[in-house]
Design a protein around this ligand. Structure first.
Ligand code: DAH
Length: 354
């Protein structure tokens, strides 16, 4: 290389070397060759000594500027390369979740979804929320008082036989149990409302319940109910009947209706069982509904004054209604599931249908 090369040409050579760098290693090597000790600018600087002082000063300044310009080119290229490399690394690391969603291998067996019981519970909640109810929950382990006593079912009451109870081996025998229904949540809500001045109540209470039943096509030992409770001024049986009918058509569809038949529950007076149009025959009569055209869904009634007294609600001022029915049973009726046990067997071929 000649002793005093053209400075603009040096910068142009460096520019094209820098532009040709594609990777971090490239740019490191190019940086050394255009700004390092053996680079043309460094050599040109070293040969400044052979010039006279005026030329030296002028060419020195020009070389200094040239070096700064070359360094800037290197830095610019380096940051572009780093950004590109980071982007392509991210792209390479990306896991394509759509592969799993499509249910193709590799990966777990297709996309998950809420269990049918969860879906049903969500839909029931939505219907009642749409009617102005709040959603509440209570414990699955209860004392005798909440599950029975406060609900007007004292120990010797023959109605206790209506619920085959799992007792827990804790403390006094038969004092702690797995709730047999969601009705004890009514007691929790009313007690809380009394102590916080939270009346009126318009609430539904979904949750898991337990009974010492042998599983069959219509019974599970672990099942789900949704309870309803309204406590307000001037509540009548007509409010109860209207609520059940609105719920029935909203959840099952406009051609499914409800009717109430006299029944007995210790915590309501009067009490009723509510039935809905058979979803199999739409009221024509079939084997499932024993030719009646109706299927029993749950119980309901006007809150018994004994229950209000147990929680300290003034029966002169307040009245209310309550209802309770099976969530699993709703799913069974709406989707025509022949055997409720299918809900707990976790056979993916069954669950996938919903
Ligand atoms: N708890 C009752 C049961 O599991 C169902 C029931 C009946 C709930 C009447 C109520 C009601 O709230 O008023 O058999």
């Amino acid at each position: 290389m000649s002793g005093h090369p053209d400075i603009d040409a040096l910068v142009e050579e460096a520019r094209s070397a820098v532009a040709s760098a594609r990777t971090t290693e490239d740019i490191r090597a190019v940086a050394a060759s255009v700004t390092g000790k053996k680079s043309p600018v460094a050599e040109a600087s070293r040969s400044l000594g052979t010039l006279d002082p005026d030329q030296r000063r002028e060419r020195g300044r020009a070389l200094h500027e040239a070096r700064a310009a070359i360094e800037a080119l290197v830095e610019e290229r380096r940051s572009t390369i780093t950004a590109e490399e980071r982007a392509s690394q991210l792209e390479a690391d990306r896991i394509d979740l759509t592969e799993y969603i499509a249910g193709t291998t590799p990966g777990p067996a297709g996309r998950g979804r809420p269990h049918l019981v969860t879906q049903t519970r969500d839909e029931l909640e939505d219907v009642f929320v749409g009617m102005g109810f709040e959603v509440a929950e209570g414990p699955e382990i209860e004392t005798d008082w909440f599950n029975f006593g406060a609900l007007n079912i004292p120990p010797p009451h023959p109605a206790r036989g209506m619920w085959d109870t799992f007792y827990l081996d804790l403390g006094v025998p038969e004092s702690t149990l797995l709730r047999t229904h969601t009705s004890p949540v009514q007691i929790h809500l009313m007690e809380a409302a009394v102590s916080t001045g939270g009346l009126p109540i318009h609430a539904v209470m979904p949750g898991r319940c337990y009974r010492r039943d042998t599983p069959d096509a219509r019974h599970l030992p672990v099942f789900h109910q949704i309870e309803g409770l309204v406590v307000d001024e001037g509540i009548t049986f007509a409010d109860l009947a209207g609520t059940i009918e609105v719920f029935t058509t909203a959840y099952f569809g406009p051609d499914i209706h409800s009717r109430l038949r006299p029944a007995y529950f210790p915590f309501t007076e009067p009490s009723a069982e509510f039935e809905v149009t058979c979803t199999i025959c739409h009221g024509e009569g079939c084997r499932t509904c024993s030719q009646t055209g109706w299927i029993e869904l749950g119980g309901c009634g006007m809150v018994d004054p004994a229950v209000f007294e147990a929680v300290g609600i003034d029966t002169e001022r307040w009245s209310g209604f309550a209802f309770g029915f099976g969530i699993d049973r709703c799913a069974q009726m709406r989707h025509q599931i022949a055997d409720l046990r299918a809900l707990t067997e976790n056979d993916i071929r069954f669950l996938r249908q919903f």
